[in-house]
Design a protein. Structure first.
Length: 84
């Protein structure tokens, strides 16, 4: 079965591009988590932290000022503006 895959992109570069166990994001209607086989979704992101737990269990955090998320077919693409 296909893994959940996450790509996080800023205007400058790709800052994360790996398979993951889960992704938690600050959505405009509240924080939510995406797991494998999540229903397709597009969401606006607000200021907060993106939490990613990789397939190895390693937890990483990325600060987000604003952004957009799309999830479809076990691929999460996150476009964010972050502090310098």
């Amino acid at each position: 079965m296909e893994d959940l895959y996450c790509e996080i992109v800023t205007p400058e570069k790709v800052i994360y591009d790996e398979p993951v166990g889960l992704v938690t994001v600050p959505g405009d209607k509240g924080q939510f988590t995406l797991l494998k086989n999540h229903a397709p979704i597009i969401s606006v992101l607000t200021e907060g932290q993106i939490r990613v737990i990789g397939k190895t269990g390693r937890e990483e955090f990325f600060n987000c000022i604003s952004g957009v998320l799309e999830c479809e077919n076990n691929k999460v693409t996150i476009l964010i503006h972050k502090e310098a």
